[in-house]
Design a binder for this molecule. Structure first.
Ligand SMILES: Nc1ncnc2c1ncn2[C@@H]1O[C@H](COP(=O)(O)OP(=O)(O)OP(=O)(O)O)[C@@H](O)[C@H]1O
Length: 242
């Protein structure tokens, strides 16, 4: 599937009072690419996600999502975007399907169209057989997969995930990293995957290293790291533990 636009971030600066959290940060993610945004704690990843999702705004810099400038066409830009936030946001008392139905309704989707989209998203994340179970009864990995499925229901072009594997065991982490890579490679989604874990990045991924509000490296992960391990490369680039 070919999609247009991708994600463009240009010269974005953001301050919390006197504290500069993002300092002229800019990068592009081409349509259908998986980009890992790698940064240690405090690098500015959550601030960037806040700007991408319009939680807050800045006059300094430009962001566009699937060809829509987020300041000038916020509704169009947000409609093209799926987001998985760092903090879990499922209603634990509802079933998986009910959680997704609720989200579909927020997007103005209902009836057969919503059901079809929900089924497709659950299939895509390999959790269709769990649809009738309450979120509370699922493990952390399946809950996360549900949240990713939910982020796909309205058919976004760009998928943003902020530390999506936090708190999960190795097997669940691996499964989720794999699923999201496939969403880029097979479905043409543009993915921005924020993490501080180097083992979630593949050599063929686009790698963007953010440190203290600035982009420190941007390229294909395997080329950037060369003969070094990615962890060593990351340490050398940021001077901090990975
Ligand atoms: N509300 C705030 N007021 C002041 N400074 C803040 C605020 N929120 C974040 N910061 C600072 O801005 C910088 C970037 O923070 P941000 O949360 O975006 O980083 P991060 O890469 O997401 O880190 P983490 O993985 O720890 O969430 C940090 O130095 C942080 O201390």
């Amino acid at each position: 599937m070919t999609r247009t636009g991708g994600l463009n971030v240009r010269d974005v600066t953001f301050r919390y009072g006197a504290k500069t959290a993002l300092d002229g940060a800019g990068f592009d993610v081409a349509p259908g690419r998986f980009a890992a945004l790698l940064g240690p704690n405090g690098a500015g990843k959550s601030t960037l996600f806040g700007l991408l999702t319009r939680l807050f705004t800045t006059a300094e810099g430009r962001i566009s999502v699937a060809g829509h400038d987020i300041a000038r066409e916020p509704r169009a830009a947000l409609a093209r975007m799926g987001v998985v936030f760092q903090s879990p946001t499922l209603d634990l008392d509802l079933t998986i399907r009910q959680n997704l139905r609720y989200f579909a309704a927020l997007h103005g989707l209902s009836g057969r169209d919503a059901a079809r989209r929900i089924d497709a998203a659950l299939e895509r994340l390999d959790i269709a057989e769990r649809a009738g179970e309450r979120a509370r009864d699922l493990n952390g990995g399946h809950r996360r997969r549900t949240e990713i499925a939910r982020a796909l229901i309205h058919g976004p072009d760009v998928l943003l995930l902020d530390e999506a594997t936090v708190g999960l065991d190795a097997a669940s982490r691996h499964a989720i990293v794999d699923h999201v890579h496939r969403l880029a490679a097979e479905d043409g989604l543009t993915v921005l995957w924020a993490t501080h874990l180097t083992d979630e990045v593949r050599d063929t991924d686009r790698l963007i290293v953010l440190h203290r509000g600035r982009i420190r490296a941007d390229g294909e992960a395997g080329e950037l790291r060369g003969a070094q391990s990615l962890t060593d490369y990351f340490l050398a680039t940021t001077g901090e533990d990975a």
